[in-house]
Design a protein around this ligand. Sequence first.
Ligand code: NAD
Length: 270
Amino acid sequence: MDKTKTLANGLQMPRLGLGVWRVEDSEAEKAVGWALEAGYRMIDTAMVYKNEKGVGEGIRHSSVPREDIFVTTKLWNDDQGYESALKAFDASLERLGLDYVDLYLIHWPVAGKYKDSWRALEEIYASGRAKAIGVSNFHQHHLEDLMTSATIKPMVDQIEIHPTLTQEPLRAYLASESIAVEAWSPLGQGKILETPTLIEIGKKYGKSAAQVIIRWHLQNDIIVIPKSSHEGRIKENFDVTDFELTPEEIQQINALNIDERLGSNPDSFD
Ligand code: NAD
C-alpha cells in the first residue's frame, strides 16, 4: 500500500498521521518531534486545540524539512463566515509559524455559515497558502448543500470512524465523490482497546489492538490520525506496515459496528 493517498487535486497526503487533540501546547513540540523521528509525516491540529504554536515549534526543531511534512489545521466554529475565516486562517498560520498549511478544514458544519466560510477557503486555496481544502464532520446532506454554491469540491472529509462507528454509507458516498475519507478518534479514544476480537487478531501478528485498528483503517482506504503524547505509543502506532489483515479479519472488525458516536452528531452539535 502506498504511504500516501492522492487527493482530488493531485496532492499526496500521508495515510497515517499524528492527532494532537488534548495535547497541551507545551507537550505538542515534544510529541511532534517524536512522531517525525518515528517516521510520521503528517500532523493534525486545529485552532481549538490551542497547540498550533507547539506543533509549529516541533516542526521547526526537527531535522525533517518543512516541505516533507503535511500539516492540517481547522477553522473553528466561532470564526465561521467569509471575513472571519480569512482572519482566522492568518492567525493559525501565525501561531504555527508557517507560510502555508497542507490542508485547511472547516471543523464543523455551522448552519447558515459554512458556505461563506467555504468561499474563504477557496480563496485561501487559490492563494497557495493551503495546498488542499476540505471539511470535517460533514454528512452527505451538508456536502450536497455546500456543492450548490462551491466552485471547488472539498478534497477531504474528516469524520468520526472507528470499529464501533464504521460509517459505511457516508464512506461510500465520499468515495463516489472522490472526497478522501479521514477518521477522527480512530481508536475510539482508547475506549475499545480491550475488545477481545481486536486482541485475538493482534496476537496472531504480535501486534496490539491499537495497531490492528490502525491497520483496519488503512486497508479500508481511510486516512488515520491516532493521538498519543507518549513516545512509546507514538512509535507503536506507526509500526503497522509489516502485517496485513485478511479479508475475514476485516469482516470480523466491521462486525463490531454498533453505530455509536463518542463525539457530537454533526446534525446537533453546540
Ligand atoms: P484516538 O481514537 O486517536 O485515541 C487516542 C487515545 O487512545 C489516547 O489518548 C490514548 O488514551 C489511547 N492510545 C493511543 N495510542 C495507544 C496505544 N498504542 N496503546 C494504548 N492506548 C493508546 O482519539 P482522538 O484524539 O479523539 O482522535 C485522534 C485525532 O483526531 C485527534 O487527536 C484530533 O487530531 C482528531 N479529532 C478531530 C475531531 C474533529 O472534529 N475533526 C474530533 C476529535 C478528534
